[in-house]
Design a protein around this ligand. Structure first.
Ligand code: ATP
Ligand code: FE2
Length: 327
């Protein structure tokens, strides 16, 4: 069975093709890079509209399959930016209609978890720490659904790092640049550690970090401190979620999961509890079409069928809205 997935919740359009054993036959993507400021939803949607057809072509070429070998077309139905979601849904509907194959809309957050389970067969029932630009959530399976055990109360961690980087004139995205700078830092500066119950907040940390910069603290030390404090908050919440639902596997997902310091901290926590950590390769941590294809394939195989009117996009599509019938 072959599934093609189109991802387009935010600044990345991605097309992936996977088979029924979660072998990734193709995974191509392209990201809008704003000249300055954040992403404009309309501009990102135009970018996705221009690239949808050529990227589908590229993915088919990379996989060495022809379009009529596809069994199901899948797309990211939400959560995300409205114009981007609608553009990608339109492309997916057109492809599915023209090929006469079923169409499955996929929850983006759920797919970050499913791709990890698919890639690592020994990772059966993990708690997912999903940290990207727009999202920061701890997700785990309980009673037929993926539940959000903790999340950001304001901005995603990646957005916080990118905003800080932008204020300081670093090239976009800020996250990876700050990771490099942090290696040269070592002085732990005071930043608010905001964990509220199982939730976290980052906007106060951004304000405080900018104030440290104005006071003349070294950028390397601020980058170091941002990572230490933010990642410690996430590690704490992830550990509590794992303890609460009795999971002994932790999976990382989202662009920030590429960060080696975050991996080290969560890995250490897992080791201390006798649990195991799984980190997908970078191109499957960031937003990508392969994870959408794989999740759609699982849903399709479990008998999920969607009429055209079920494929409306949902900007606020919640993780726990999805009835998980495939596990
Ligand atoms: P979403 O998944 O919420 O739609 P997104 O499109 O921003 O958001 P990704 O492509 O998963 O998500 O991740 C991009 C984010 O990851 C950016 O904020 C970027 O700064 C951050 N990032 C990437 N690499 C690193 C790194 N090594 N360290 C820290 N942050 C990183
Ligand atoms: Fe994502």
């Amino acid at each position: 069975m072959l599934a093609l997935g189109i991802e387009g919740t935010a600044h990345t359009i991605g097309v992936g093709i996977v088979d029924e054993r979660c072998r990734v036959l193709a995974n191509v993507y392209d990201m809008v890079k704003p000249e300055k400021g954040g992403i404009h939803p309309r501009e990102a949607a135009n970018h996705h509209a221009e690239l949808a057809a050529p990227m589908i072509r590229r993915a088919l070429d990379a996989a060495g399959v022809s379009a009529d070998e596809l069994d199901v077309v899948t797309f990211s139905q939400g959560p995300g930016l409205g114009p981007c979601l609608r553009t990608v849904a339109t492309a997916a509907r057109a492809l599915s209609l023209s090929l006469g194959v079923p169409l499955v809309g996929v929850n983006h957050c759920v797919s970050h978890l499913e791709i990890g389970r698919g890639l690592f067969p020994e990772c059966e029932d993990p708690a997912l720490l999903y940290v990207s630009g727009g999202n920061t959530q701890v997700i785990a399976y309980a009673r037929g659904r993926y539940r959000v055990f903790g999340e950001t109360l304001d901005i995603g961690l990646g957005n916080m790092l990118d905003k800080f980087g932008r204020e300081l004139g670093l090239p976009f995205p800020g996250g990876p640049r700050l990771e490099k700078l942090a290696l040269e830092g070592g002085k732990l500066l005071p930043l608010p550690y905001s964990v509220k119950g199982m939730d976290v907040a980052f906007s106060g940390m951004l304000t405080a970090a900018l104030a440290l910069h104005r006071r003349g603290e070294r950028l390397e030390d601020i980058a170091f401190s941002l990572q230490e404090v933010a990642f410690a908050m996430l590690t704490e919440v992830t550990e509590r979620a794992m303890a609460h639902v009795g999971k002994d596997e932790v999976l990382l997902g989202g662009g920030v999961a590429r960060n080696k310091r975050l991996q080290a901290m969560v890995g250490r926590m897992a080791e201390d509890r006798g649990a195991r950590m799984f980190v997908p390769p970078g191109e499957l941590c960031i937003d990508n079409g392969a994870m959408i294809a794989w999740t759609g394939l699982l849903m399709h195989r479990a008998g999920v069928r969607m009429a055209l009117e079920d494929t409306l996009v949902d900007q606020r599509f919640r993780t726990d809205e999805v009835a998980v019938t495939w596990r």
